[in-house]
Design a protein around this ligand. Sequence first.
Ligand code: FHN
Length: 464
Amino acid sequence: MRQKQGRHWIVIAVTALAALLGLLAMSCSQNRQTNPAPKKELTKDQRMDWWRDARFGMFIHWGLYAVPAGTYNGKRVDGIGEWIMNNGKIPVKEYEKYAEQFDPVGFNADQWVRMAKYAGMKYIVITSKHHDGFCLWDSKVTKYDIMDATPFKRDILKELSVACKKHGVKLCFYHSIMDWHHPDAQAPFYPNYNDTSQSNPNFDRYVETYLKPQIAELLANYGPIGVLWFDGEWIKDWTEPKGKDMYAYIRGLRPSILINNRVGKGRKGMEGLSKSDEYAGDFGTPEQQIPPTGLPGVDWETCMTINDTWGYKSYDENWKSTEELVRNLADIASKGGNFLLNVGPTPEGLFPRPIERRLEEIGKWMAVNSESIYGTTASPIGKPEWGRCTARGNTLYLHVFQWPADGKLDVPLAGGQAAKAYLLADKKHAALPVSGGQDKLTISVPNAAPDSIDSVIVLVTNNR
Ligand code: FHN
């Protein structure tokens, strides 16, 4: 009897164990279905690849500040257009009213993206939110956005994401950490929202319940985002540990995304990024300046206005010439950097005509010469007196700004051996005569420059 009972318990135990194992196996296989094995993480070089190749992008500062366009209460406000809320000392409630007037019926995402693409720009960085706190997308954590606060009620970022996908342009978001509208951020600092001596005791709540959820929305709903481009990090409440935490949070959501240095406190000197891991971020962001000799060992991108303001100002007519812009692009590429050129659209949603004209002219130059920009690396011959140089392997692109009057272009290539030289504008690649000296090469060029701004000569060398 006791023997029988014993056997009975063994049977029960074995059955239970089998059932348990079965359940375990099922749950494992379900887990495999819902949680596929994590993809191998990309290296930094792999993540940076498209960006290093791109070299040229469009920055867009657009928001409520386009409505006052530099004028408040009938008076012109000094400074950059997007700072009018601070510089004009406009109270939050009053500034909010610009939302009722923000109705950019001329906005056509497809046209904007086509203009950027025509100019040769490979990516667009648009202000999802600038310091004034107004959001250009349908954010679920605020009503201070394009859908809830304006008569326009179209998600601008959504329309741009569709157009960018269609035209193969990478969409990226600028996002301000500083927020003059949020009560837990800098709104209470009125009349000096930018007071860097002040702290908001509720700032952590702003970060956890507003800033991070907004970043999550931007990453979840607008397709693959190339870069999250932070700004406004200089406020007292933002610290390097907060920057590192934000960096890790974003990379946790989108492992392959790029994040600029302003996510943390790494904006120092030429605004490059420290080569060590001291600061968070993937690349440095010199603003309104081109580092004289680049930032060797660090990825960097110069951002620059096309006139003197980022956000639209109706009376700022101090446009940079196409010559200056094209030469800046060549100069930056010759130092191994990217050029992020800003446009400030009007409250109607249009690019001012002088901007369109410049983009068209840059596009014409790029149609002939983009090979000398995309995917190139810094000059191995420094800054020659006639212009700049970019490189791709053993090929040098000589950007000649000052065409030689005597038809002889000297290239400071020590002991260099030229395999071939030709004008990039010449579809037949007809060889230009080259004579070699001890420490320089001389290329014989035609009398007239193919391009009055920047004529590119391709020099294929066989010694690199
Ligand atoms: O204060 C901003 C400014 O408005 C603009 O957005 C530029 C772009 O780099 N960044 C800030 C200043 O560094």
